[in-house]
Design a binder for this molecule. Structure first.
Ligand code: FE
Length: 230
């Protein structure tokens, strides 16, 4: 199995490329507009054909490359049903399997950061891997103060993620402090947002954050409703 974690500096976004070496088929999670040349070069160098491009949710901090990658590679573009973005090739629902070659990701609807947030769980032989989007970050969680975000829903979504085996690797949608990956066990113990005893405490913690809006929000959200295209 081929796995690459790519970083877009301006929005601190992680993009993941998963490839099946046998079939040569690949999928990409959360690609960022402007990074297409890098994605295409890497696909070519690794001998992979892009079959699927998926977003974990409608992003507010960067423009998606879902639309451009579909045009450039002929891949399918996918978002969760709750995103209600008509320009995608098709949408997926909670529990649905996204398959490319021998790679099978399970889509988990985890609302809270936004109402359309998904995580993807990948079990490769013994090792479970969670692509946690902006639901679970390393030593943090995604903000819940816009795009129908809801701290109580996020608390409940986080409980579902924390029920995964502690050895599960966690690859988030963003990182702002230099972290690249974690595990469920590590986050349970050391993530300061998870050291609360109930959903009301979590809600109070999130309400106290007072974060500025993302710089690109007014541009990114409408653009992403058009799959990142004009
Ligand atoms: Fe987000």
């Amino acid at each position: 199995m081929i796995f690459r974690q790519l970083f877009e500096r301006e929005s601190s976004t992680y993009t993941y490329l998963l490839g099946d070496a046998n079939s040569g088929e690949a999928l990409i999670i959360d690609p960022v507009a402007g990074q297409e040349p890098q994605y295409l070069t890497l696909l070519q160098q690794l001998g992979l054909k892009l079959c699927l491009a998926v977003d974990t949710h409608v992003h507010a901090d960067h423009v998606t490359a879902l639309g451009s990658l579909r045009e450039l590679t002929g891949c399918e573009s996918l978002m969760g049903a709750q995103s209600d973005v008509p320009c995608v090739s098709r949408s997926f629902a909670d529990g649905e399997c996204l398959q490319v070659g021998a790679i099978a990701l399970t889509a988990m609807h985890t609302p809270g950061h936004t109402d359309d947030s998904y995580c993807f769980y990948w079990k490769d032989e013994a090792q479970g891997v969670l692509f946690s989007g902006d639901t679970l970050l390393i030593r943090g969680t995604g903000r819940t103060d816009f795009q129908n975000g809801d701290a109580i829903e996020q608390y409940q979504s986080l409980q579902t993620l924390l029920a995964l085996p502690e050895s599960t690797l966690v690859y988030p949608g963003h990182d702002y402090k230099g972290w690249s990956m974690s595990t469920i066990g590590e986050e349970k113990r050391f993530n300061p947002r998870l050291q609360v005893s109930n959903q009301e405490e979590y809600k109070a913690l999130m309400a106290g954050l007072k974060l500025p809006n993302p710089q690109q929000m007014d541009v990114a959200v409408p653009a992403n409703r058009r799959c990142g295209q004009a």
